[in-house]
Write a new protein. Sequence first.
Length: 297
Amino acid sequence: MTAKKCFATMSLLSIFQIFFSCSDKKPGVTAAAGYYFYDEKWHYYGGFSNASYLEISGADTASFEKLDGTFPLATYARDKNLAYYNGKAIPGAIGKSFSRIKGYLSKDEAHVFYLSSMLSDDPTHFEIVDENVSRDSRHVFWGDHVISKDPVRFKPIGKSAGLSYYTDSKGVIANSNRLSGADANTFQILSHGYSKDKSNVFLIDGVELKTINEADPATFKVLNAYYSLDAKYVFWNGLILENADPASFRILNEEVHCGADHQLAYHRNVFIPNADPASFPKNKPCKYCTDEKVVFE
């Protein structure tokens, strides 16, 4: 091997050792986030996207252990005295009894934690209700905040369009938001973020809760994510389409929000002037529409 090739090989080996060091040495730049023991101390390395090295001051070396789980990985650890999240001690945590529950939830003999914050002081009665919801004997939690103070009557009632619905003695909750005024006894989950009870129709649009005051719950129907109707009105995203006829209304193109009844055409909730539904071709799909025109294939 020539001197030039030998030097190149040694350089590559040096780079490899720097980037992919073992767990008993300072981790290389591309090492995974987690806990590493080197220089006779435990450290936390934030990973390539957060490449900082944090010495875990005061950690008991002999009893220190990683508490990896399915998600999130490599973020929790404990020793006989303390528990750690991302290399920092969790305030109030008792290390010798600390364990992971699921995801960002963990507990010790006296507390339940979400990430590094205390969530509950009732680990004995703590349980997971579903993916995002948990409860103890006094509270129901969505992630790290309280959504109900009635855990006994709290129950899931269904899911739709990325929303989870629950009831308790005070009404209805969708994800972490209480539906003000909703009647739990007559509540129905519809599709695309819509729901109703005996008196109201509700729409959750992103994080915004809307009550469609003009809608009649008894005759209300959801057509797609944006269009809906009842016996009297047609709605786009909860807004009334002026003069639209619900009996003859149809969706022309769902993707670009085109609709029409027997006389008028609409783009979103805007009336399209000079568009005559009677002249629309019956055997051609609508390509697109704007506030000024409807175009067919």
